[in-house]
Ligand binder design. Structure first.
Ligand SMILES: Nc1ncnc2c1ncn2[C@@H]1O[C@H](COP(=O)(O)OP(=O)(O)OP(=O)(O)O)[C@@H](O)[C@H]1O
Length: 259
């Protein structure tokens, strides 16, 4: 029975901004190891759902649970510590810091060596530092960023900045990774490679991933299941094939490319 408990669950979740119901009655379950797509037209509520899952917004209705523990009302940093990391639609990096330091800072937020050992530069501090550097370089290798590790993040080409953002999110050692349009602004070749990389890191880190993507064809190849949002409501859920042929989804995407 325990195996059936979802890792992350949103139960009738919603939020209202003034008169606007940006999201309402959203119920979603992510199970350990799944790679799930979240799609929908512009303004459907996709990022709002991410903001609710990560504590940026507090739901005005419903419950969010991670492994059975309710997250409602916890601040974002506590939710990150509990195991939910995310990337943003608009890249958020420390532009003036090196690529390596960007990952180390993210790793630091999670590292366990104590403040006292850092202040007094005790041997455990240096072991912690070394371990952090090794871990950070490991992440950079996976994302093919090791050759640019001393570059300032702001000087990287766009595609590399996007990959660095994912490396940073992973450095927090999440159970669940939320990716908000990770391929936005990438060319088709970069996008294809990124999708492969996402499928790879899911396996490598035994992650559960929720991926926002505007273009259904991009998620078709790698996601087992897809949730579809439209006007703040989840209108469909199923395999890519089920979702693609769902009349509500076709209607929501009317005038847009569905496949
Ligand atoms: N803080 C806020 N205050 C007021 N309205 C908001 C706020 N955040 C989101 N909204 C509104 O909620 C709705 C859903 O926005 P959201 O950004 O979640 O959509 P989205 O599906 O991610 O869209 P896109 O694909 O364009 O990124 C929009 O109408 C948006 O203007």
């Amino acid at each position: 029975m325990a195996a059936k408990t979802p890792l992350l669950k949103a139960e009738n979740v919603g939020i209202q901004f003034g008169g606007l119901k940006a999201l309402s009655g959203a119920t979603m379950e992510l199970h350990q190891g799944e790679l799930i797509g979240l799609i929908g037209p512009n303004g459907a509520g996709k990022t709002t759902l991410f903001n609710l899952l990560t504590g940026v917004y507090v739901p005005t209705e419903g419950r969010i649970m991670l492994g059975g523990e309710t997250l409602n009302g916890l601040p974002p940093y506590k939710i990150t510590r509990k195991g939910i990391s995310r990337t943003f639609q608009n890249i958020r990096l420390f532009g003036e810091l090196s690529v390596l330091d960007n990952v180390k800072v993210a790793y630091h937020a999670h590292a366990r060596h104590s403040m006292l050992s850092s202040i007094f530069r005790l041997p455990s501090h240096f072991r912690g530092e070394q371990e952090m550097e090794e871990k950070a370089i490991e992440f950079l290798n996976i994302f093919q960023l090791d050759s640019v590790k001393h570059e300032k993040a702001k000087n990287l080409p766009y595609g590399q900045q996007r990959r660095l953002e994912i490396a940073r999110a992973l450095a927090a050692q999440p159970k669940v990774l939320l990716l908000d349009e990770p391929a936005a602004g990438m060319n088709p070749q970069e996008t294809k490679e990124l999708m492969k990389l996402i499928a790879f890191i899911r396996e490598w880190f035994a992650l559960t991933i929720l991926l926002i993507e505007h273009d259904m064809s991009l998620v078709m190849g790698i996601c087992e299941r897809i949730y579809v949002l439209d006007h703040g409501q989840l209108i469909a859920e199923g395999t890519p094939e089920q979702v693609r042929s769902n009349p509500k989804v076709i209607e929501a995407y009317l005038g847009e490319e569905v496949s």
